[in-house]
Structure formats: C-alpha cells, structure tokens
Design a protein around this ligand. Structure first.
Ligand code: OXD
Ligand code: MN
Length: 595
C-alpha cells in the first residue's frame, strides 16, 4: 500500500515499476515491525549475518563482493544538459545519452525481486533546512542502512505533503553487481540519481554522497545555501558557552575522529567538552540573525572501521556496540563478534577475513594481508553516540563560528593557520590537496587536489562552486565564520608523525575558538595567521611536542610554498575563465607575499 497521496511521487514510482518490473513493491513505513521482518528475511537468505546478540545487540554483518568495496569515482557521472556546467573535474555525459545507455540495463532488472520504496528526510523532519528523498532499491541491505543513516519512513512523506514536487528521486538496483556495468549517475537538473551494479554503501545509500552532497550542492547554489563535506562539532567552554565548528577533510582523514574527540585530561578538568552534531556532511544556511547555521542531514555514521579504537575514537566504538551494521570487517568466530586492523593488538586466531575465508588472524596478517578491508565500515545510529549534541535534532541547526579545511600533508602545511578573510579562506579551501585513501578505488597515498574535500562530491562546475562560496561570504559579511586550515599529518624526515593528533587536536580547536574571540596570539605570515610559538597549549605533552617540534609544526617554508603556488597555478588552468577573479587574486597575492 502506498504511503502518500502525492501525485508526483506516485507517478514516478509507477514509472520505476514499469521500468524495472519487480515481482513485488514494498513501501517502507519505518516501523520496527517491518524492519524486524526485513532483518529476519536478510538473515535467512544469508545477505546479512546476525552477530553475537549479547555482546553486540541488534548488530548485523554484511559482506560485499571483492570488486565492490569503495566508491567508484571513475564511474560516477554528473549529467547536466551542458557539459560546461559539470566542469572539468566531474565525469560528464549528456542526460539523453546516459539514459539511452542505462535504460536497457534497468529494463526488467527487478524481475523475481522486490522493489523497496524508501521515503526519507535528510535533516530533522520539519526543519526548514531538511529535504525529502525517495529511493527505490532491490536491496534489503540498503533499506536497513538507510533506516540508520536517515529519518526514514512515513514521516518523511508527511513533510513533503500531497502536492510538492521537491523530492529527490533515487533509483538503485544491484543488478548483477557487474563492475563493468557499474554506474553512479546524477541528473542535478531533474533531482534524480541512478545507481546500478553496486551494493557498496557510498554508491547505493543514495541519501548520502549522491543526494546530500552532489545534488544538494547544486540545489544550494540555486537556493542560497551550502552543502559541504564537513563534520560539525560543538565545543563547550568552562563557562558553559558552546561554540560550533565545521571541518572539511577528504575521505578517511579523520572527520569522524575529530567530531567525537575526547579532550585531554587538563581540558576535561577545566570543564571543556566536545559534542558531535555530524561527522561527514553539513548543510548550512544564513539564519534570521545573519549568522551561518548548520544541520547534519544524516541520522547515523557510516564510519571507516580500521584504525578506530579506544584511543583514536572511544565514542565511535561506543556508538557501534548496538543496532549497527558492519560491512567488510573481519569476524571473530570464537564469539561471533567483529575485528578490524588497529581495533586492538589481538587479531582473532579463529577468524573469517573480509572476503569470507576462514583464517588464522595473526598468521594471515603476518603474511601481509588485511583481515578487514581498509575501507570496511560501521553504520551506527547517531543516537548511540555518547557525546551526541543536545542540538542534534534542532530544526534550526547550530550557529557556526569557525570553518576548518585540512588534508594529509607530510610537509608544507603547518599544524594550523587562519585565513586573512573569507575570500582568502575560500582560496585556502580551493587549494586543499591530500594524499589519497582507501575510501575510493585507485592508488592510495598519492597527492591530489581535493578542493574543500569536495572533489568527488561537487555536483556542478567547481569554479562556479567557489564563486558560490564567495557570494555566501559577501552575504554573511562580518557575521561570516572565520576560516582556518589544519594538518594533523606533518612528518619528520624519517616519516614519523610529529603531532600526536586525536584528543590532542583539542589544543588546536582551543586556539581556533580563541582566535574567533580575538584572544589567542598569532603571527602574520605569507600564508595566513600562524600561532605564535607558545600560543598552542602543550601542557601535558611537553615531552613529545618540544619547542623544537612546535617550530617544525608551525614552520612556513617559503620554497615549499612556492612549489605549492606553481602546482596551484597549473591546477587552476583547467577552470579557464570560469575561475573567479578573487581566487586568482588570492593566488597572486600569496605569490607576492612569498617574495
Ligand atoms: C565517506 C567518504 O564514506 O567520504 O564518507 O568516502
Ligand atoms: Mn565522507
């Protein structure tokens, strides 16, 4: 039975049914009974494995095919009617041509299968910043993940009403999970996403990267708001005041860890606390008071498991102890629990590795293998997070004081610096580059430009996107958040990280908030305001972060920066005359200051 009278939805569902020809159509109402039933069904077919229900209540395990373990950027397309609107760093195809290619693949693809119709809201239901999507899929794994990652079910339709056409249409079929026919396709002008031949999260949970970043960035440009690849955190000060920060880092560079940071002892004692609003995506819009407000459109965390442990992210681990779906991690067969690299120092002897083979964990690792896939994931409900913000469901969002950019850089980029202005901050965001990670297929550890951490996620021309940033800055004026850049990954000549990171990143957040309040000290350098040698609090880590190490962390090496400028000049060339003048002015200004 359909859950809505909205004629636009009903017409589109009819079309999708006529195209994919499922045996059965099931509307997902979001009820516990229905989800329990689907869990049972997925366990009975082997699609999901039930984990130890005493140690991990409500937790399930899923394994994807070895050819389907990460986002496929080379098969991801932005199909705008004009090629130039997709820009030089998106794959583009004319909408008609792409449809002509994909329609035969979708034709009858759900024969013998059930089509699940998933209504969902990105953002708290009733929020002026929230938006509705409907995903049809032939995968229970998708339904169960969407039930964690979004506000899913009947209530989302109530938000849409009976007449609105403002919903994003997502069509997914795992088809034959054939990598040669895998496509993740966006039609921003039609609010439409088509995904086929994948069953891996980032390619199939269409509310996430496809809607909340690619389609939403396009909507945001047209409607005067911003969709960003950013975490959102609240920093509570000893006086009880909470300041909110967003931060954009490329995939698998520690957004989830920063969002759930536990402050060092000294800070805790003084009364500092960190609250998580979001770990991956922020939608931001000017509020009535002229400040920039952010919501997290998601309702859960799709986090990278390897590297997550009690020290790196206690709160993420705690979030993934119940009602969580694990994908492509290893199983400890002794007690039917999960394991991944760096969870602890005791890989299970009686293990099943991520592809499904029974192995001796320690021996398997010693032979150079991974027990869990490097991009294996946990899908955990936000409500499980011990430090979830009391404002998580606030429909108005939270006011942002600071925006942070960052990436993995062994050299060049100091621990932290502040931009001179919003335009300079936009330039800094446009200039982000980072060493690649396992979140996408392709080589790992290669330096690539990843502007605002949005390279794989911007749904339109990247230079126009920078133009939109500049316009937003003009609109916000002196109420605009201050913009910073951080680098937790600086290395010495032997390749050791020289900043402790994790909880100690609190020290940098502290400096950032104090800068916003006009308190902390900084020196003006050619690249921006860098902390003075003593303005980052190192109490408790003086042995590790000696004054000499701090010098290295804060160094601005002019020769390396001149190379950076040359690299950027080359990078910007592809944007031609669509590159905003303010960005090239900033680059010229930097070059001049470097002398
Ligand atoms: C993610 C990603 O899954 O950025 O969040 O790849
Ligand atoms: Mn991400």
């Amino acid at each position: 039975m359909s859950l809505t009278k909205n004629a636009n939805v009903l017409k589109w569902i009819d079309e999708m049914v006529a195209l994919t020809k499922p045996d059965k159509v099931v509307w997902i109402d979001g009820s516990k009974e229905q989800l329990d039933q689907l869990r049972k069904e997925a366990i009975s077919t082997g699609e999901m494995i039930e984990l130890n229900q005493e140690k991990l209540p409500g937790c399930l395990y899923h394994r994807t095919l070895p050819n389907d373990v990460a986002r496929v950027e080379d098969r991801t397309f932005i199909c705008t009617s004009k090629k130039e609107d997709a820009g030089p760093i998106n794959n583009w195809c004319a909408p008609d041509e792409m449809k002509a290619k994909l329609l035969p693949m979708y034709d009858g693809v759900m024969k013998g299968r059930t089509m699940y119709v998933i209504p969902y809201s990105m953002g708290p239901i009733g929020s002026p910043l929230a938006k509705v999507g409907v995903e049809v899929t032939d995968s229970i794994y998708v339904v169960l993940n969407m039930s964690i990652m979004t506000r899913m079910g009947k209530a989302a339709f109530e938000n849409l009403g009976d007449v609105s056409n403002d919903f994003v249409r997502g069509l997914h079929s795992k088809a034959d999970v054939d990598p040669e026919k895998r496509y993740i396709v966006h039609f921003p002008e039609e609010n439409t996403i088509w995904s086929i031949n994948s069953a891996y999260g980032g390619n199939v949970l269409l509310g996430k990267k496809c809607f909340a970043l690619r389609i939403a960035s396009y909507q945001g440009k047209n409607e005067g708001w911003m969709a960003e690849h950013m975490l959102i955190l609240g920093l509570k000060k000893p006086n009880g005041e909470v300041k909110y920060i967003t931060a954009a880092f490329p995939s698998a560079c520690g957004k989830t860890n920063l969002a759930m940071l536990i402050p060092p002892e000294g800070y805790k004692k003084k009364g500092y606390e960190i609250f998580t609003v979001g770990d991956d995506i922020a939608w931001m819009k000017p509020g009535k008071d002229g400040r920039l407000y952010a919501i997290n459109p998601e309702n859960g965390f799709f986090g990278v498991a390897p590297g997550t442990n009690d020290k790196s992210n206690h709160n993420a681990l705690a979030s993934a102890r119940k009602n969580t779906i694990f994908t492509n991690v290893a199983i400890n067969n002794d007690d039917n629990t999960v394991w991944w690299e760096k969870l602890d120092k005791n890989p299970p002897v009686n293990a099943t590795e991520w592809k499904g083979a029974k192995v001796n964990g320690p021996e398997y690792i010693a032979a150079g293998n991974n027990l869990a896939h490097p991009n294996s994931r946990f899908t955990a409900p936000a409500e499980n997070c011990p430090c979830i913000s009391p404002e998580f469901n606030n429909p108005e969002g939270v006011p942002i004081s600071a925006i942070i950019f960052g990436g993995r850089r062994a050299k060049t980029t100091p621990l932290v610096y502040q931009s001179f202005s919003w335009a300079h901050g936009t330039f800094i965001g446009s200039a982000v580059s980072s060493e690649t990670t396992a979140a996408a297929t392709g080589a790992v550890g290669v330096l690539r430009h990843d502007p605002m951490a949005m390279k794989p996620f911007c749904g339109y021309h990247m230079a126009d996107y920078w133009g939109h940033w500049l316009e937003m800055g003009e609109k916000l004026g002196d109420k605009a958040p201050k913009i910073f850049n951080v680098n937790w990954f600086k290395q010495d000549d032997e390749g050791n990280f020289i900043w402790p990171g994790y909880g100690d990143n609190m020290r940098v957040l502290d400096w950032i908030i104090e800068r916003c309040e006009g308190k902390a000290d900084a020196v003006e350098t050619p690249i921006g305001y860098v902390p003075t040698k003593t303005s980052i609090n190192t109490e408790g880590i003086e042995d590790e972060v000696t004054p000499k190490v701090m010098d290295e962390l804060l160094a601005v090496d002019k020769d390396l920066w001149k190379e950076e400028v040359a690299g950027l000049r080359e990078f910007y060339k592809q944007f031609g005359d669509r590159l905003p003048k303010a960005i090239s002015d900033e680059l010229n200004g930097l070059e001049k200051r470097l002398g």
